[in-house]
Design a protein around this ligand. Structure first.
Ligand code: ADP
Ligand code: MG
Length: 340
């Protein structure tokens, strides 16, 4: 199969097959899709373009034998998560794909990869409008384009002293699954299934991101662990934060399946997964206490649970407060591919 056959067969689809987010009478934001030298996008009047790129590399971000449908899903999900964190809605995406020759010949594998990616793209009205395809070590690099009303993007630098610190969904499960898959420990089958779904098929919180526009003071998506990513907000906003240990510990979803393993998976073991595990793709955001009802209403509109886990303070750094009120400093350090 030639490079062009491959694109035609697996990635190019008729415009009619791509669902539209905007009302049917609104102009299509994609003026030109796959096939020319450039795609042409037209954001709605008054909107800023939000652009983000994220790359997945075999052996670094996923195992060589990863399920191709899950891989396609995750490659786009991690990018959509960045749009969500900015409160942007998706317009389109591009895919730069490096494929080992044996994968380029494997039609079942390619079909599953494209299927996983395009199914999530459809769910969020984010058509694939271009890309590049080359031979090389398996790498998926997606760029997403979104739009957000000018001046209303959620940013990292807006947190204010006194804000509540919130997170969406659950945290730590992806790291729990990774540990089990790497053979660090064994998990009961139901716990592994629940955690693995979070690792392999993360849910970008797009509805929550747009619902929080005008409510949240700052936001970030949690790709590298709660402590490190909240640390980015703190640094950009020149503030500190205190997290309540008990509420943080409650965040791990697979905990529900870990009864009977107490001692092996208690807070001492699970808290680090929540704080530094990463790959969760939830949103961490701050909002003033006066907006608590508005945050809950936004969460309900977005059908996404949110938990208030702490507070923004003037004192720099990140702290964890235990049940006795003792404060322990947390290293607000994110995962670093080049750290030794
Ligand atoms: P060029 O030579 O201008 O770089 P290509 O021949 O690489 O263009 O690609 C032809 C068309 O197919 C372009 O519109 C490009 O955006 C699209 N394309 C290439 N690879 C992919 C891919 N993996 N997914 C989606 N579209 C792709
Ligand atoms: Mg090219």
């Amino acid at each position: 199969m030639s490079e062009f056959d491959l694109i035609e067969r697996f990635f190019k689809r008729g415009a009619a097959s791509t669902p539209r987010l905007a009302a049917p009478e609104a102009p299509d934001p994609v003026a030109l899709g796959i096939g020319d030298d450039c795609a042409l996008l037209q954001p709605a009047p008054g909107m800023q373009l939000a652009v983000s790129t994220d790359m997945l590399v075999e052996s670094r971000h996923f195992f060589a034998d990863a399920d191709p449908a899950a891989l396609g899903h995750k490659a786009l999900a991690v990018n959509l998560s960045d749009l969500a964190a900015c409160g942007a809605e998706p317009l389109a995406c591009t895919l730069a794909l490096a494929l080992p020759p044996e994968r380029a010949r494997d039609e079942a594998w390619l079909g599953a990869l494209a299927g996983g990616l395009l199914t999530l793209a459809d769910a969020h009205c984010c058509p694939l409008v271009g890309g590049d395809t080359t031979a090389g070590p398996l790498t998926l690099c997606i760029t997403v384009f979104g739009q957000v009303p000018a001046g209303q993007a959620l940013r990292r630098d807006g947190a204010q002293v006194g804000d509540d610190l919130w997170v969406s969904g659950t945290l730590g499960d992806a790291r729990l699954a990774l540990g089990a898959l790497r053979g660090e420990f064994a998990l009961p089958p139901e716990a592994l299934a629940a955690a693995r779904l979070r690792l392999e098929r993360p849910t970008p919180r797009l509805a929550l991101g747009t619902a929080l526009r005008g409510i949240a003071h700052s936001a970030i998506d949690i790709s590298d662990g709660l402590a490190g990513d909240v640390g980015h907000i703190l640094k950009a906003s020149r503030v500190g934060a205190a997290i309540t240990a008990a509420t943080a510990f409650d965040l791990i979803a697979a905990r529900a399946y870990l009864t009977g393993t107490e001692g092996q998976f208690d807070s001492k073991h699970l808290l680090p997964f929540i704080l530094t595990g990463g790959d969760d793709y939830e949103l961490a955001f701050t909002a003033p206490p006066a907006a608590r009802a508005a945050v809950q209403a936004a969460a309900q509109r977005a059908a996404t649970p949110v938990t208030r886990i702490g507070r923004i303070e003037a004192e720099a750094g990140l702290r964890m407060i235990n049940a006795q009120g003792h404060s322990t400093p947390l290293a607000a350090r994110a995962f670093d591919h080049f750290a030794d």
